[in-house]
Ligand binder design. Structure first.
Ligand code: 5GP
Ligand code: MN
Ligand code: MN
Length: 328
């Protein structure tokens, strides 16, 4: 049960030291928030720990406590860790190159909210009905009885805000709202955070959007719609990966569209596929077909091959999913 998992996780954390806290590649708001929230917990327990990610922490999350202490794996000193806490990572591969820093006899705590999580750890704290890993960490911090203040509350709130798309997605449960309400009582500046994280966009993002909208395409019955981003678009827009955020909402939000897709060229003949659903169609099933994963309404995978072949096969799988679970 979840209570047993909390108890087991507490034991794991109390019995270890020199922890490595890691999240998934291309970290999002929940990944960063969850990383620093675990850092906060370890810090408050007097444990020694290192927070690490395969890539850099996006600058827009630098306001979070501890965010600037998250080390990029290529900058980390040569040291291997025996105690790892992985947050928001549905499977081992999502940890990326940070797993090269795991000791031979590593023990992994797996804290996550993805239904596709494959329980790769030694201790697990997993609740697929949680909106964000940060929501689970709220429970864990409560279980430890930490003293709340604005800084740690802002970390948890950021994960909730970003993974629920500003408390709009269907994962926005009554529990999410209760937790958020509690966090506001601890001093979270909700308006400022929403403006900073959800409303503001970078100029590279707008330039990328301008170019990318020209690639908009539909399948035969217009229930599937997609955009394509080439490496040259990224370069010419001066965009980095964080500037991609939100693009996939454009195809998804069009009336009649049930599955929105973004095909993003990662390198020659390698594409990151992001999928969003606006109906009962389960995009995580499509992603899993291509070795990826995610949630019912947001999922992704990486596919190799020629772009037109990839589009054809992903759209074909999406059509199968619409046949099985779509609205009509
Ligand atoms: P995004 O499209 O924003 O990259 O990801 C949407 C959701 O799908 C996220 O919850 C993320 O965890 C999941 N996801 C994206 N790419 C992958 C992938 O390659 N493998 C797995 N297992 N999940 C992914
Ligand atoms: Mn995430
Ligand atoms: Mn998450």
């Amino acid at each position: 049960t979840y209570d047993e998992q909390l108890q087991r996780m507490k034991q794991f954390i109390e019995s270890g030291d020199d922890f490595l806290v890691v999240s998934h590649v291309n970290p999002d708001g929940d990944a960063i928030s969850s990383t620093v929230a675990v850092g906060w917990l370890l810090n408050s327990l007097g444990k020694s720990y290192t927070m690490m990610n395969e890539g850099p922490c996006p600058a827009k999350f630098h306001y979070l406590w501890g965010a600037r202490d998250i080390i990029e794996v290529s900058h980390a000193e040569a040291h291997k860790y025996r105690y790892v806490i992985a947050v928001d990572c549905a499977d081992y591969q999502r940890i990326g190159k940070v797993s090269e820093r795991f000791a031979e006899d590593v023990k992994i705590a797996n804290i996550d909210h993805h239904a596709t999580n494959d329980y790769y750890g030694d201790a697990h704290l997993i609740r697929a009905d949680a909106a964000a890993t940060a929501e689970i960490l709220y429970d864990l911090l409560e279980y430890f009885g930490i003293e709340w203040n604005q800084e740690i509350a802002t970390c948890i709130y950021t994960g909730l805000l970003t993974d629920t798309g500003g408390f709009r997605y269907t994962n926005t449960t009554a529990k999410v709202m209760r937790v958020a309400s509690q966090l506001l009582d601890y001093g979270v500046q909700a308006g400022e955070l929403a403006e900073h994280l959800l409303e503001r966009v970078s100029k590279p993002h707008i330039r990328l959007l301008q170019r990318t909208l020209n690639t908009l395409a539909y399948n035969a019955d217009h229930r599937i719609c997609w955009l394509t981003v080439h490496l040259s678009d990224m370069e010419e827009s001066g965009a980095s990966n964080e500037d991609l955020e939100g693009l996939v909402s454009y195809p998804r939000n069009i009336e009649g569209v049930e599955i929105g897709i973004l095909f993003k060229e990662v390198q020659e003949e390698v594409y990151k596929v992001s999928m969003r659903s606006s109906s009962a169609a389960d995009v995580s099933r499509i992603a899993q077909h291509f070795g990826g994963g995610g949630h019912l309404r947001a999922a992704g995978c990486t596919v190799r091959g020629r772009l037109d072949d990839i589009i054809r096969s992903v759209v074909q799988e999406a059509e199968k999913e619409l046949m099985a679970n779509g609205s009509a």
